[in-house]
Structure formats: structure tokens, C-alpha cells
Design a protein around this ligand. Structure first.
Ligand code: IPE
Ligand code: IPE
Ligand code: MG
Length: 233
């Protein structure tokens, strides 16, 4: 464990990151947006490694939203290529990873080869307890509608909140404690709408490629000072 792992008294079990600001980071350097995404992957790997050291039970990264398909083809293709490279490396080193990998989102948007790789990664890690969720083609509204359709398929006539949660992409994860958004925008952008119910929110102006272990520790330190009431007193 890193020596910063003990910040604060109450530690989150599950943190989700909205990795925003890659494009602006690249623009500041006079480079195309794709360049920012490349460094965004490095930041993701760095942050993931730190979250592992901190012993988090679950960590979630918002990598590509259902709305991100609206971007220029060149940018979308570059992101998909980075995703292929990363998932390929993951597959080769799967035994070095401690996490159960879960993809949040509708895999139907991806071609057969990509889908098969995603399924292999999920299948080969499914007996691990700590969870790494990677949100790809993910939308919070899409997830809720998807859960409803699964319940309709089962011909259910009534459901509880707990039943509903088992139909969400995050069914394997503990309750969400903290959402961290980089890049300075103060919004959720269709991320974990159901799960965010009582999550703490942390926003920072740091652009994602500049975000690292020290910033994770700062977010956790802030979290530990928050008084969570969950509607009580
Ligand atoms: C986040 O960075 C990465 C993805 C959405 C894929 P952006 O690409 O949104 O970067 P900004 O917000 O335009 O700077
Ligand atoms: C949210 O960032 C999606 C991801 C980080 C994958 P966006 O850049 O897409 O969000 P908006 O457009 O600023 O709301
Ligand atoms: Mg953005």
C-alpha cells in the first residue's frame, strides 16, 4: 500500500471517474484531440494502478459514452484503436491484473472481434472479487432502459429496487461512494444515473491527462471530510 493510502478516516469502497478534458489538454499543446486521448490512456493506467494499491473494492472509468459517437469519425476511430491496443495488452497480461473486468454499456455497438475480446476478458476474470468497470458505449439512461427490457423479458409484473439493481451493468459492484469528474465541467453527462443517488461528487479543473495518484488522494481526502446523511440527520 502507498503511504498516502490512509488519508482520512472513512475510505470509499467504490470510486467512479469521468475522465474528461483530453481534447482541451491536446489543444493547449497545439496537437490534435487524438493526442490527448493517447495521454488519457496513460493517465487511466496510472490511476488504476494507484486505486489497486489503495485497495479499493471497485473502480469505474467512463471511457466512451453513448453520445460520443457524435464526434468526428477520425476521433472515434482513434479512440477505438486506443481501446483495441489497451484491451489487447490486458488480454496478454490478464494474470497480472487483480480486478474482475466488467464492461458497462451495450456491447452490440462493437464489431464481433471487439465484442469477443471484451467477453473473453470478462469471462476469464469473473471469479475475482475486486471490480474494474470500464464504461464503453455507456449511457445511464440506456442502462436503465436496458434493465427495464430485461425485466420485461422475464415477464416480471413488479420489482423492488434491489431487483432492479441486479439488472444494471454494475450488478457486480458495491454501492457507489464517489464520482470524480476532471476537466472542470459541473455535470454528470449521462453517467451512472441510478448509482449516483447518494454518491459524493468531486469536481476538479485538472484535465484528465494531468490527473494522477496525488489527485486521487486529494479526492479521497475530501471525501473523508464529507458528512454523508443518506436522508437522515
Ligand atoms: C474525455 O475527454 C474523453 C472522452 C469523452 C472519450 P474529451 O475528449 O471529452 O476532452 P474535452 O472535454 O473535449 O477536452
Ligand atoms: C463525458 O465526457 C464522457 C466521458 C468522459 C467518456 P463528454 O466530454 O462526452 O461530456 P460533455 O459532452 O462535456 O457533457
Ligand atoms: Mg469532454
Amino acid at each position: 500500500m502507498s503511504d498516502t493510502a490512509t488519508v482520512g478516516a472513512v475510505k470509499p469502497r467504490h470510486i467512479a471517474f469521468i475522465m474528461d478534458g483530453n481534447g482541451r489538454w491536446a489543444k493547449k499543446r497545439g496537437m490534435p484531440r487524438e493526442y490527448g486521448h493517447r495521454f488519457g490512456v496513460k493517465a487511466f493506467q496510472n490511476v488504476l494502478e494507484h486505486c489497486d494499491k489503495l485497495g479499493l473494492e471497485a473502480v469505474t472509468f467512463y471511457a466512451f459514452s453513448t453520445e460520443n459517437w457524435k464526434r468526428p469519425k477520425r476521433e472515434v476511430d482513434a479512440i477505438l484503436k486506443l481501446m483495441d491496443t489497451y484491451l489487447g495488452e490486458c488480454e496478454k497480461k490478464i494474470d497480472d491484473y487483480v480486478f474482475r473486468i466488467v464492461f458497462l454499456g451495450d456491447k452490440a455497438a462493437f464489431d464481433e472481434k471487439r465484442r469477443a475480446r471484451m467477453e473473453r476478458l470478462e469471462e476469464s476474470t469473473k471469479n475475482r472479487t475486486r471490480v474494474l468497470n470500464i464504461a464503453l458505449n455507456y449511457g445511464g439512461r440506456d442502462e436503465i432502459v436496458h434493465a427495464c427490457n430485461r425485466l420485461l423479458d422475464e415477464k416480471r409484473t413488479s420489482v423492488t429496487e434491489a431487483d432492479f439493481a441486479t439488472m444494471l451493468y454494475t450488478a457486480a459492484s458495491p454501492e457507489l461512494d464517489l464520482i470524480v469528474r476532471t476537466g472542470g465541467d459541473l455535470r454528470i453527462s449521462n453517467f451512472l444515473l441510478w448509482q449516483a443517488a447518494y454518491a459524493e461528487l468531486y469536481f476538479t479543473n485538472v484535465l484528465w491527462p494531468d490527473f494522477g495518484p496525488a489527485e486521487v488522494d486529494a479526492a479521497i481526502a475530501e471525501f473523508s471530510l464529507r458528512k454523508r446523511r443518506f436522508g437522515g440527520v
